[in-house]
Design a protein around this ligand. Structure first.
Ligand SMILES: *[C@@H]1O[C@H](CO)[C@@H](O)[C@H](O)[C@H]1NC(C)=O
Ligand SMILES: *[C@@H]1O[C@H](CO)[C@@H](O)[C@H](O)[C@H]1NC(C)=O
Ligand SMILES: *[C@@H]1O[C@H](CO)[C@@H](O)[C@H](O)[C@H]1NC(C)=O
Ligand SMILES: *[C@@H]1O[C@H](CO)[C@@H](O)[C@H](O)[C@H]1NC(C)=O
Ligand SMILES: *[C@@H]1O[C@H](CO)[C@@H](O)[C@H](O)[C@H]1NC(C)=O
Length: 863
């Protein structure tokens, strides 16, 4: 029985029925209407329209005054039959500039060239650079148009060269494009020319990262780190492919005049199947904006064909030629319309990009919460393709997951962009018509060899490093709550070269030079975590012998000098296997940097939910909880004074390479009163701090702070571990919104198994679940004095583990055994510390006013 076979057949039938019945529907729905849409016909003196939906207008008004004099308009000597701005060109032997008054924001900038001879300008002398201001991005460098046209021999469009860029215009800036002929001793007749320029505004976060929404940030392949596409980057479109579909012209796009090409030329797998699901299901754009791509893109899909389990033997592969030496952004579009796939888990596959793992948990229905017909995109960054700008292939491979019910993989569309390099350039060298002699290329490589290998090595080292990416969601929000943080602010602003009394004798002091050396001058490649506080880098100190996590606080982050000092003072006195170790700090040149031991497996939260990491088994979860309980017990009873952590949450629990749990982030920790005596704090001078969802009600309602507040937060962590969900889910029905309330409800009704993480199905023995629930709920008692101490909790959790072990050993242990997590760096990778800013929602406020605790449900937007 081959399900794949029937599945495809059905899809095809549906397709035919639908195409027959519904072909009258127009495809060109303009969904996005750009603020600016300028199509300039350079060198022409009349306006005209083309069938692709463009209205071409004359260029003279956009040329700077000087450029009007310096340049000429001339007709092409060999007219092309192609429609477009190709009859005339603007040309010059000296530099000329177009200057467009445009609104601020991201734009498509498109350049159209027709490589031919123009009056008095020989085809082969076109040799020039193109720059875009005001930061002088280089779009083309010493560009030999005829050579590029000869090599890029598209029979459909002979001698036409087209380039598309994404650029950002700042407030009050003009969009200036300058064409500069490359005049040298050998090439004295060089000139620059252009036939058409197009400027189309795009929606702000179509490709650029929305700083307020960390969920869609591109992932760096081979790692779980993320790479925001910042406004300062320019992008060049390299491919936009409608997988398994046909070419889509500008007029059929969603309003931004993008063209989509068929993918056939890049596919290297023989056995694939394209399926068109037609219009049976209306697409619902819940996960992406409806202008992300035309509907048509999502209705055609390519998969591995009707091979059934044979599909396990090969990869569905595309090879995309690119220039080496750049970083690329790859966007993959998916939409599940297949009638045979109905639940997440039915069709799950791995994605490899440039032979590195993008994800081994691609599951479209998982991403769309089991909703069909919902388009979704996944963005990946290929951090650096080693090489010296020569052409190489970027591969995209997909492979069915061995656990998938249907052994297949699928894709709807590909977009690939080159990201401007550190010198703001996107330019590639001119192609070679003849292959260069090999010794020549070797010497070329050498000249740039050091940089390439270093970066490649680093990319390798970082690969398998999990992310902790919590973008600076709070920055904006903080302004509203900042009243309570005024003390931070005051201190924060006076921060400079160590004039404040940071304790110098407590732990190692690093110079800023050492920090730069450890991170290759804070190279983005080393970033393993980001957040409102700044970045966390993976670094190497002591001549590379020690790997460390380097947390570089950024100015204006919520972590002010007070938290910085607090963390150094607290952590340098604490030594316990379940407390993260501080190695040292750097405080100079306006920098506040903390150096910790490196934790290979990242934080606990990233192994529980919203993650591509393999899930932790129940036993690992129990062991982690016991480790955390031991660490907290040490804080409460193991040192001279009671230390109250105040921010216990799954994002602040780190896991080392042996999966040992360590408590981190002591920015908020406080010395408490004597054990068991509460610290009554007055509202006037103490703000309630912590994270929503974990806050002890006694603390936020009555300002009573004792070590039992940590016990409460730990109880929330226990429930997170059991349920695999976050403490507050705004979109859940009321009863289930708060994990604590829901768990209490289920516990009372004797149906605690309802909250158990589906991933743990069959792993927890009933008596163990009962006991675990009892421990968790005792931590959550309203009255702090009734809650157990951490020492009691350690004892109770040890018992839970014994219950689990003995029951499992008694039965057949194999039925409960789960994937051993021996080496996280292999399959998950990891990272370091983070203070978990924004770790589970955009409004996770840091400073709370008691009555507001649950009012953040007003901000349901999360994904
Ligand atoms: C696209 O979405 C916008 C708002 O998200 C909505 O106003 C518009 O009607 C939608 N257009 C189509 C064609 O669905
Ligand atoms: C071309 O169109 C532009 C704007 O649409 C207009 O300002 C200009 O006068 C037109 N020029 C000619 C020659 O028709
Ligand atoms: C071109 O002009 C026509 C007529 O003025 C207008 O209907 C159409 O929307 C314009 N197209 C674009 C892409 O601006
Ligand atoms: C550009 O390429 C042409 C071949 O198309 C060649 O004849 C010409 O010399 C090249 N110009 C430069 C400056 O390399
Ligand atoms: C699929 O591609 C990945 C990445 O290159 C490779 O590791 C794997 O062996 C390939 N699988 C098959 C079956 O070819």
């Amino acid at each position: 029985m081959d399900t794949t076979c029937t599945r495809i057949a059905l899809g095809t039938i549906i397709l035919h029925l639908l195409l027959m019945g519904l072909s009258y529907l127009s495809i060109a729905e303009v969904i996005y209407s750009p603020d600016e849409l300028l199509s300039i016909n350079c060198g022409s003196s009349s306006n005209f329209s083309t069938r692709d939906g463009r209205n071409w207008t004359v260029d003279i008004n956009f040329l700077t005054v000087e450029s009007r004099i310096n340049s000429v308009a001339a007709p092409a000597l060999t007219p092309t039959t192609l429609m477009g701005p190709y009859t005339y060109a603007r040309l010059s032997h000296s530099q000329f500039t177009y200057s467009f008054p445009v609104t601020a924001g991201p734009k498509f900038l498109r350049l159209f060239f027709y490589s031919t001879s123009y009056q008095n300008f020989d085809r082969t002398n076109a040799y020039f650079s193109v720059k875009f201001g005001p930061y002088t991005y280089t779009l083309l460098q010493d560009f030999n148009a005829s050579l590029n046209a000869d090599v890029d021999n598209d029979p459909g469009q002979p001698d036409i060269l087209f380039r598309e860029y994404c650029i950002n215009i700042g407030e009050g800036e003009r969009l200036d494009i300058t064409f500069i002929p490359t005049i040298t001793a050998q090439h004295q007749h060089s000139y620059a020319f252009i036939n058409g320029i197009e400027i189309v505004s795009m929606s702000p976060y179509l490709y650029y990262t929305n700083p307020d929404d960390y969920t869609g940030v591109p992932q760096i392949v081979g790692t779980l780190s993320q790479y925001p596409i910042e406004n300062s980057s320019a992008l060049e479109t390299i491919y936009r492919l409608n997988v398994a579909g046909k070419d889509i012209t500008g007029s059929e796009d969603t309003g931004m005049l993008r063209t989509w090409k068929a993918d056939d030329n890049y596919l290297t797998t023989q056995s694939t199947m394209s399926v068109d699901f037609g219009r049976i299901t209306k697409l619902s754009f819940n996960m992406t904006q409806n202008y992300t791509a035309p509907d048509e893109v999502y209705r055609t899909v390519r998969n591995m064909g009707t091979n059934g389990s044979m599909n396990m033997r090969f990869n569905l592969t595309w090879q995309l030629p690119v220039d080496s030496g750049f970083t690329y952004l790859l966007r993959l579009h998916f939409c599940q319309l297949d009638p045979h796939v109905s639940l997440s888990g039915d069709l799950r596959f791995s994605i490899y990009i440039a032979d590195q793992l993008g994800t081994d948990w691609a599951d479209v229905l998982l991403w769309t919460y089991n909703r069909k017909g919902v388009p979704v995109v996944r963005d990946y960054v290929v951090s650096y393709i080693p090489g010296n700008r020569e052409k190489t292939n970027l591969s995209l491979k997909m492979h069915p997951h061995h656990k998938s019910r249907i052994k297949d993989a699928q894709l709807n569309a590909i977009e690939l962009f080159k990201i401007s390099d550190t010198s703001c350039s996107l330019a590639d060298p001119n192609p070679h018509l003849l292959p260069q002699p090999p010794n020549n290329t070797i010497s070329n490589k050498k000249s740039n060899g050091t940089t390439s290998t270093i970066i490649a090595a680093v990319a390798g080292a970082v690969s398998g490093v999990v992310l902790l990416f919590f973008i600076a969601i709070l920055i904006k929000h903080r302004k509203n709550v900042a009243v309570n943080e005024s003390s931070n602010k005051k201190e924060g602003t006076s921060r400079n070269n160590g004039s404040l009394s940071v304790p110098t004798d407590l732990c190692r002091h690093f110079s800023i030079e050492e920090m730069r050396a450890a991170t290759n001058n804070f190279d983005k490649v080393f970033v393993v975590g980001m957040g409102g506080f700044g970045n966390v880098y993976k670094g190497h100190i002591d001549n590379g012998s020690t790997t460390v996590a380097i947390k570089r606080l950024k100015q204006g982050s919520r972590q002010g000098i007070r938290e910085f000092k607090n963390e150094i003072e607290m952590l340098s006195q604490l030594h316990h296997p379940n407390i993260v170790s501080l190695i040292g700090y750097c405080y100079e040149s306006n920098e506040m940097i903390l150096v910790y031991e490196f934790m290979d497996c990242g934080n606990l939260r990233d192994h529980l939910y919203d993650t591509d990491n393999p899930y932790l088994s129940w036993k690992h979860r129990l062991q982690t909880c016991i480790g955390v309980a031991r660490g907290l017990d040490y804080l409460h009873t193991g040192v001279k004074q009671v230390i109250i952590h105040r921010d216990v949450k799954s994002a602040n629990i780190l896991l080392d390479e042996k999966w040992e749990a360590k408590v981190s982030d002591f920015g908020l920790a406080r010395i408490g009163g004597p054990m068991g005596i509460s610290m009554m704090t007055t509202r006037v001078n103490t703000e309630v701090k912590g994270s929503i969802g974990y806050l002890d009600p006694e603390y936020y309602k009555r300002n009573i702070l004792t070590e039992k507040s940590d016990v409460y937060s730990f109880g929330v962590v226990l429930l997170e571990v059991l349920s695999g969900r976050q403490p507050l889910l705004h979109w859940e029905e009321k009863q289930r919104m708060s994990l604590v309330k829901w768990a209490e409800h289920c516990y009372e009704k004797g149906i605690l198994s309802e909250i158990v993480d589906p991933e743990l199905k069959g792993q927890i023995v009933p008596q163990c679940l009962r006991k675990f629930g009892e421990v968790a709920l005792s931590c959550l008692l309203e009255d702090g004095t009734q809650r157990p101490s951490m020492k009691d909790i350690v004892g109770m959790l040890d018992l839970v583990l014994q219950l689990q072990d003995s029951a499992v050993n008694y039965e057949d242990s194999s039925s409960h055994s789960t994937v051993p997590l021996s080496d996280c760096s292999e399959n998950t990778g990891l990272s370091t510390t983070s203070d978990g800013d924004g770790s589970y929602g955009r409004m996770e406020s840091f400073v709370l006013i008691p009555d507001d605790v649950f009012s953040e449900t007003k901000n349901p937007k999360r994904r």
